[in-house]
Design a protein around this ligand. Structure first.
Ligand code: PEP
Length: 249
């Protein structure tokens, strides 16, 4: 079974999110072959969840606060996401880290908040272009993983890790995909590294300019258990085509 997770970011407004959810609801994917989840904006989450309730498609959130409740203007807690029937929460997406300035320590607190309410975090890690040019890819991945995972209690919630090289993430469809061999190398490193902290199997997803045309080149590697998709998840044609491609493996 492979994972195809669609991060709708702030690409789709409320109406567009619901249209896409309703279109997805008319498709039927083989959940033995592919686990599909979508990550709508907060406003649309409950309606998208209702639209997809009778399907195998799961719901995730793009972010959350690290505290459960209180005087935190503008924040949404993991507990609120749990009560909205989410299964997953993205933690440490590169746009949160590099656009909104989230630190490794913020990521750790959010990871714990998600685990505390019984949801499954999708921890995103990845090097920037500068890291890569300076030969610091390994350093960056090890540091992000250590800060996130050292001494963590996953309970029985599980964890998914997405390797997303920041330079490979597209902006509205324009991106520079990572060479599948390089993605495989990073996945093998992550796999080895997390064994220091965890004794469970952690699915590893690749993310960064994935489309129906290149998805199989990533999934051809055993180290890649699925993909996290941004731009190609915005439209029914490209997203469904990608899911069908994975389903046909
Ligand atoms: C992402 O940001 O999670 C992502 C993978 O985006 P894209 O597919 O657009 O590169």
């Amino acid at each position: 079974m492979k994972f195809v997770f669609g991060n709708w970011k702030m690409y789709l407004d409320f109406d567009e999110s619901l249209v896409l959810a309703n279109q997805l609801a008319t498709e039927s994917y083989n959940s033995n072959k592919v686990e599909v989840a979508v990550f709508p904006n907060y406003l649309a989450i409950t309606d998208v969840e209702m639209s997809l309730r009778d399907t195998s498609i799961r719901i995730g959130a793009q972010n959350c606060a690290w505290v459960p409740k209180g005087a935190y203007t503008g924040a949404i807690s993991a507990e609120m996401l749990r009560s909205a029937n989410c299964d997953y929460v993205l933690v440490g997406h590169s746009e949160r880290r590099y656009v909104f300035g989230e630190t490794d320590s913020d990521v750790r607190k959010k990871l714990e908040a998600v685990l505390d309410v019984g949801l499954t975090p999708v921890l995103c890690v990845g090097e920037t272009k500068k890291d890569r040019e300076e030969g610091k890819t390994e350093y960056r991945l090890k540091k992000q993983l250590m800060k996130a995972l050292d001494g963590i209690n996953l309970y029985s919630n599980g964890l998914i890790i997405a390797y997303e090289p920041v330079w490979a993430i597209s902006n509205a469809g324009v991106g520079e995909p990572c060479d599948p061999e390089d993605a495989n190398e990073a996945h093998e490193l992550i796999d080895l590294e997390i064994k220091q902290y965890l004794d469970i199997d952690v699915p590893l997803l690749y993310g960064g300019s994935v489309t129906a045309n290149n998805v199989l080149s990533y999934l051809a590697h055993d180290s890649v258990d699925g993909v996290l998709v941004g731009s190609a998840a915005r439209k029914i044609e490209t997203f469904s085509n990608l899911i069908r491609t994975v389903e046909s493996m």
